[in-house]
Design a protein around this ligand. Structure first.
Ligand code: SAM
Length: 269
């Protein structure tokens, strides 16, 4: 059983304890464009009862470098949320297989994968201001051209901006585990959202989740396994594929004897 706190390395990952999973959009401009969900502690919203509230806005630490990056680079590399389908070809300036990443945190995995797969587009969705600033810094430092960011709730982005049958893949790495039972309703991997995600994948497209929380891994296996549009590529858990780098957080967890579970499902039709 994996019992360590999910965000043990606070310097590298956004906080994800059982009461606060994410940081807020810190600038007024971002908050205005964000239209965050009301922070009332409930896990769904009235207009969309199946809408999971997988994060809670809160003020958190942001470095000056991340703040600068947000000011200088956000406009260049991000796409504002809008309740209209995204023109992916226009957003990336080319037609290429597009991978959606939900909750990229500080973006180190996103950068590494995008650098190692130059032929793919990577659309990263994150609400956490310091994380977006961190990924913007990485995009500038490594001149990686194939990442775009939407700073908004991924549930709304998938629902409103992603065309059905369009994605080559979805990455959801170490989503907030919401370990307390009464908070499980905030977990992202639940049947209605997985159904929505599966509908956005092109036939043959993949959904890759990873978690270091055993009980969430079991939930993922059950929920993904029950979605008729998806088929498991492994008997149960998959070996970590070469394209997913082992993160610092993960390395530390493994050293401490914690488990990590990858799940890779494909859209069947
Ligand atoms: C535990 S962190 C993992 C970050 C990163 N994937 C990693 O492996 O280090 C989960 C991240 O998901 C983000 N997140 C949670 N719910 C989200 C949502 N609905 N939309 C966008 N991001 C979300 C949080 O802000 C947080 O940064």
């Amino acid at each position: 059983m994996n019992t360590h706190p999910p965000s043990a390395d606070a310097a590298d990952r956004p906080p994800a304890d059982d009461t606060t999973a994410s940081q807020p959009a810190a600038t007024a401009q971002l908050q205005a464009q964000d239209s965050p969900l009301p922070n009332d502690g409930s896990a769904t919203d009235a207009a969309h009862p199946s809408h999971i509230r997988s994060f809670v806005h809160r003020r958190g630490h942001i470095t000056q470098g991340q703040r600068d990056a947000l000011e200088r680079l956000l406009e260049q590399w991000s796409i504002p949320y809008s309740p209209r389908l995204l023109d992916v070809t226009k957003a990336f300036g080319r037609q290429a297989p597009t991978i959606l990443e939900i909750g990229f945190g500080m973006g180190e995995t996103t950068e590494k994968i995008a650098l190692s797969r130059p032929g793919d587009n990577f659309l990263g969705v994150e609400v956490f201001n310091a994380g977006v600033g961190s990924l913007l810094k990485r995009i500038e430092a490594s001149a990686v051209p194939n990442i775009r960011i939407v700073q908004h709730d991924a549930v709304e982005v998938v629902r409103d901006m992603i065309a059905p049958d369009s994605l080559a893949g979805v990455h959801i790495y170490f989503p907030d585990p919401w370990p307390k039972k009464r908070h499980h309703k905030r977990r992202l991997i639940q049947p209605p959202f997985v159904k929505l995600l599966a509908s956005r994948l092109a036939p043959g497209g993949y959904l890759h989740c990873a978690t270091d929380w055993e009980n969430y891994a079991e939930q993922m296996l059950e929920v993904l396994g029950a979605e008729p549009l998806l088929a498991n590529t492994a008997k149960d858990y998959a070996p970590r594929p070469d394209y997913r780098p082992q993160t610092k957080f993960e390395t530390r967890g493994l050293r401490l004897g914690h488990g990590v579970w990858d799940l890779i499902f494909k859209r069947v039709a």
